[in-house]
Every structure is written in C-alpha cells, then in structure tokens.
Ligand binder design. Structure first.
Ligand SMILES: NC(=O)c1ccc[n+]([C@@H]2O[C@H](COP(=O)([O-])OP(=O)(O)OC[C@H]3O[C@@H](n4cnc5c(N)ncnc54)[C@H](OP(=O)(O)O)[C@@H]3O)[C@@H](O)[C@H]2O)c1
Length: 284
C-alpha cells in the first residue's frame, strides 16, 4: 500500500512529495513521473518512482495496488484531451481497487472554459465508483508572482479583470491540503472548495508590489480583447490566450473568490498571504 502522486515532478507535485516526506516513510510514497532523470532527487530520498504517461494507458497497467491512496494531479497539455488522459488514470485506479483517489480540480464557481476539463473529469471520477476526493483548488499566488519580469519592466500590472478579486493561496498551501487528505481519515467522497483566506484585487496587488519594490507600479485594467492581444503578442498561442483572458473575465465576475475556509481548515493553519509570496518572488 502506497501513497501515489502523479505529476510528481511538477510544481505542485513536488510540494506534495516534500510535505509527505515529513509525515510518512519515503518507501511508502510512489512518485509517478514521465522522466526518471527529473526525479533523481526524489529517488535519492528513498521515494519509489513509477514512470508513466497519461497519453499511454498501458504505462498505468499494474502501477496501482489495492488500498493505495492516489493523488491525480491534473495535466497541463490542453491540446491533448485532458479528460481522456485523466480517465486513463481513473480506470487504472479502479482496476487496482485503490482506497482513495484525490483529484486537483477547480472551484465549482469557475465557469471559464478552463474549468470544463475539470468538471468532466469530476464526472468520470464520481461515476467510476472509486472513493474520491475533489480538491477544487483555487488560484495559485504563483500564477502572478512568477510572472513579475514584465510587470517590473513596465511598472504595470495589466489584466482584464476589472475590480474583480481573487482568493489565491500558495501552491504549498494546496499541497498541504492534498497531504492532509492523503494521510488523514474521513475524506471519502467529499468535495473541498479551496482558496486563500483573503481575497485581493489587482489594484491591491499592484500597491503591494509598489510597497515592496519602492517603485510606482499601477494596475492597468484592459478589455478582454486587448488582453488576448497582449498575450498573443508575447507569444502565447491564441487558443491559450483566450483561455487566460476567459479566466480574467471570470475573476471580474467574482468566480475565483472562494470564501469557504476549507483550505485553512484542512491544513490547520492560515493560508500564505499574497504579500509573503511577493516577497519570496522578489528575493529570487
Ligand atoms: N490552480 C491554479 O492556479 C493552477 C494554475 C496552473 C495549473 N493548474 C493545474 O494544476 C496542475 C498542477 O499545477 P502545477 O503548477 O504543478 O503544474 P505543472 O508544474 O505544469 O505540473 C504539471 C504536472 O503534470 C505532469 N503531466 C503533464 N502531462 C502529463 C502526461 N501526459 N503524463 C503524465 N504526467 C503529465 C507534468 O509532468 P512533467 O513533470 O514530466 O512535465 C507535471 O509534473 C496543472 O497541471 C494544471 O492542471 C492549476
């Protein structure tokens, strides 16, 4: 019996494995990776590795065992049919008789196109009969704090979100919620709406950047069309730019405010403040 984490060499997956290592022996953790070399550091710590690809169903044959607790980290290949990819993992988990499959989804309030794959995956998972947990992750701080170069260069936060607010949290916070579910009891067949304790607006984000850098950084709200154009101009493929602009439109509608408190309740501590993520990003 193992705790199995897919996407283990991704940003979120790495946080999950790191935090699991603080709670359970390394040989009880299996990291599912596409590239064994990328996971050499995990193997060195005693974590078991399994090489598999969501696009190759056969690579999941025999990967799970009865009683495993699995975290399915949603994929990032938007053009490859993520629902089919996730279904490959769910089917394999069902065949093996895993005890729990937690899936990193999106808040139920989010109607943007980005959420479509998550809704459809949830349906497959809930219909599969596998004991599930829906970790409906809200936005990461890092979606913004890891994109600071153009903001600092132009002295402007450019988004198409109007006065909308976001209750984001750090990836480490969402990872802690996943770890709580994977190592705790009584989470079967539950859905958690996860978000940061405090919602902020882009004007407030720009003010925080100004405060921490000592430079004047303003929020420049633009239209959805203008924002799509800016993204494509910066090299983002048009379909993806539209998805991102759709998320901003959803933020303007308040769809990424998650006021449930589920995240801090699951982790047993307040979520990381945005200001802390900004400070962290400015340091590196
Ligand atoms: N809540 C949010 O704000 C937010 C923001 C961005 C993304 N997300 C979603 O949350 C997920 C985790 O976030 P993240 O920051 O950790 O993203 P990430 O760093 O891009 O990690 C994605 C992980 O999925 C793995 N993966 C992708 N395609 C795969 C495939 N065909 N077979 C097996 N593994 C595959 C990647 O493997 P490799 O390591 O081999 O590349 C990687 O480990 C993302 O994939 C996305 O679905 C959420």
């Amino acid at each position: 019996m193992s705790i199995v984490v897919t996407g283990a060499t991704g940003h979120l997956g790495r946080h999950v494995v790191r935090q699991l290592l603080e709670k359970v022996p390394a040989d009880r953790i299996t990291a599912v990776v596409r590239d064994r070399d990328k996971a050499a550091d995990l193997a060195a710590r005693g974590v078991r590795l399994a090489v598999a690809d969501y696009n190759a169903p056969e690579t999941f044959d025999g990967l799970f065992a009865a009683g495993d607790r699995v975290l399915l980290v949603s994929g990032n290949e938007f053009d490859k049919g993520r629902v089919g990819q996730h279904t490959v993992v769910i089917d394999a988990a069902k065949r093996a008789g895993v005890a729990l499959l937690a899936y990193t989804s999106a808040p139920s309030s989010l109607t943007a196109a980005l959420a479509d794959d998550h809704r459809a995956t949830e349906e497959v998972l809930v219909g599969s009969g596998v004991p599930y947990v829906l970790l409906r992750n809200g936005w990461y701080h890092e979606n913004y704090t890891e994109q600071l170069a153009p903001v600092l260069e132009h002295g402007a936060v450019v988004q198409a979100a109007g006065e909308g607010r976001v209750s984001s949290a750090s990836r480490a916070d969402y990872a802690a919620a996943a770890v709580a579910v994977l190592t705790g009891e009584g989470h079967e067949n539950k859905a958690y709406e996860l978000g940061g304790d405090e919602a902020w607006s882009f004007a407030e984000y720009a003010a925080e950047l100004s405060r921490q850098t000592g430079r004047e950084i303003a929020y420049t709200p633009v239209s959805t069309e203008a924002y799509t154009g800016i993204l494509t101009g910066a090299g983002v493929p048009a379909p993806l730019a539209e998805v991102f602009a759709g998320v901003d439109a959803a933020i303007e509608e308040g769809e990424l405010v998650v006021p449930t408190g589920d995240l801090s309740r699951l982790t047993g501590r307040p979520t990381t403040p945005l200001a802390e993520a900004v400070a962290e990003a400015l340091k590196s």
